[in-house]
Write a protein that binds this ligand. Structure first.
Ligand code: ZN
Length: 90
């Protein structure tokens, strides 16, 4: 079982209390109507999917309900660190 450190609750809790909310640092085009098809497609579907450390948005849905950024090593499925805040540039 993966234990995830919630930076708001300041304790590690079981994964089932959380919801993965995708890659951190994705920025929605300011004016979607003006975005090219490529820009919009990249925003919706393109992900880095790294082998190694990734930065992901998570929400502690069955706890404090708040969002945070988790650095997770995808090779080991292990949490590296977490921090309050919802976005970080890749
Ligand atoms: Zn929490």
């Amino acid at each position: 079982m993966l234990l995830i450190p919630c930076p708001h609750c300041r304790q590690s809790r079981p994964e089932r209390e959380f919801r993965h909310c995708g890659e951190a640092g994705l920025l929605r085009p300011v004016d979607p109507a003006a975005a090219s098809d490529r820009e919009w497609t990249d925003y919706l579907f393109a992900r880095t999917n790294p082998k190694g450390e990734s930065q992901e948005r998570w929400r502690h849905v069955h706890g404090c309900g708040r969002f945070f950024v988790l650095r997770r090593d995808t090779r080991e499925d292990a949490c590296v660190t977490s921090r309050a805040g919802v976005e970080e540039a890749p």
